[in-house]
Write a protein that binds this ligand. Structure first.
Ligand SMILES: Cc1ncc(COP(=O)(O)O)c(C=O)c1O
Length: 384
């Protein structure tokens, strides 16, 4: 990854310096984009630099992968063309029919894909993974092979105890994969709590500028499942493109400063909205009354993330009217970019979603927190 030995530095410094201090040949401080789809063999029929073919072997992608591995404390990271490509690769790589325990509250797109997992010979139990007794009750000895948890989870921001779930899972011989998209390695490093694989929709905070769709898997150690993931990625060709990897790398260099600022804004707005006449509930793990707050304190350090939700007292139509009345907040799906987004979540999640109709989801961006608050308060007036 680097052209000099990396000192033992903070995550903030690691991210800021990206793949190294400079590129070797020109001494440019920014890395070039490596577009080559193929690489030369020497006359002795070998590949002297170890690079063979672009589907699995792109230097820009490898640089971004190395940085994510360093941020997560992982042995290896793979980047994919989307978060969904990363997440589904874990399931597609399972070697035998497996019972999967998955968070009841999670990104709806992956939940709906998991619901149809029977077509691949697996089965899934959706469980409230913030409830450890419920998790224990669902374990099927000899059958449960994978736990898929998302924490904080979309869009209620429920918190699952990573260390405790890893203990339950490992005692059952199962692997734990954590979708840590919302926490980012700045606030939580799931591998340090015992998780086997961390997954990110890098489309969100890792890139942070709403201009790349990407996904990442980072593993604590190589093993049979990880080797299958590596093989599948080569066969399916669903790796990230060089240009997207370069943009992602550029985005990650400001990761620490961005997510801490976004988390500060989310915390400020969530606290100010508690008790507002139009709001029945504010959902944010940084609030003391949030059911997951104590667990969040244990496994999130430096902030509770930039996402929060509110429930609008007057119901679904009033919530949609509030979303229609904002100016600064942008009405769009996704999150984690520099621009603040508002979304009536039930409109996109569809059937079977645990998301209440009166819920509005907010992604705090980098705008001025007071201006965002003022805009939202004006909009909430339509629902009082
Ligand atoms: C928590 C979470 N995981 C995974 C995904 C899927 O990622 P992508 O949209 O990059 O495929 C999303 C997308 O919104 C998400 O919010």
């Amino acid at each position: 990854m680097d052209d000099q030995t990396k000192p033992d530095v903070t995550i903030r410094t690691l991210a800021a310096q990206g793949p190294g201090a400079h590129e070797r040949i020109t001494r440019a401080v920014t890395q070039p984009i490596h577009m080559s789809a193929t690489f030369l063999r020497d006359a002795d029929n070998r590949y002297p630099a170890g690079h063979v073919y672009g589907r699995t072997d792109n230097v820009s992608v490898q640089q971004a992968e190395s940085l994510i591995a360093a941020l997560e404390g992982a042995e290896e990271t793979f980047l994919f063309g989307s978060g969904m490509a990363a997440a589904t690769s874990v399931l597609l790589a399972l070697a035998k029919p497996t019972h999967i325990i998955a968070s009841q509250v999670m990104y709806w797109g992956f939940r709906s894909w998991l619901r149809d997992i029977g077509r691949y010979g697996h089965c899934v139990s959706f469980v409230e993974t913030s409830d450890l007794d419920a998790v224990r009750a669902e374990v099927r000895p000899g059958e449960t092979g994978l736990f898929w948890i998302e924490t904080p989870s979309n869009p209620l921001w429920t918190i699952s105890d990573i260390a405790a779930i890893c203990e339950i899972a490992h005692a059952a011989g199962a692997i734990v994969c954590v979708d840590s998209t919302v926490a980012t390695p700045i606030f939580t490093r799931p591998l340090a709590f015992g998780a086997d694989i961390v997954m990110h929709s890098a489309t969100k905070y890792l890139n942070g500028h709403s201009d790349v769709v990407a996904g990442a898997l980072a593993t604590a150690r190589d093993g049979p499942l990880w080797s299958n993931i590596r093989k599948l990625r080569g066969q399916l060709g669903n790796a990230l493109s060089a240009f997207d990897a370069w943009l992602l790398m550029r985005g990650m260099r400001t990761l620490d400063i961005r997510v801490k600022s976004q988390a500060r804004t989310a915390a400020t707005l969530a606290a100010r909205l508690v008790g507002h006449a139009a709001v029945s509930e504010v959902l944010y793990p940084g609030l003391e009354h949030h059911a997951g707050h104590r667990t969040a304190l244990r496994q999130m350090s430096g902030g509770f993330g930039g996402m929060f939700s509110i429930r609008v007292k007057k119901g679904e139509n009033a919530a949609i009217a509030v979303a229609a009345a904002v100016n600064l907040w942008k009405r769009a799906t996704s999150f984690g970019g520099i621009e603040s987004l508002i979304e009536h979540r039930a409109s996109i999640e569809g059937e079977g979603s645990p998301c209440p109709g009166d819920l509005l989801r907010f992604s705090a961006g980098l705008e001025d927190a007071d201006e965002l608050y003022g805009d939202l308060i004006r909009a909430l007036a339509v629902a009082v």
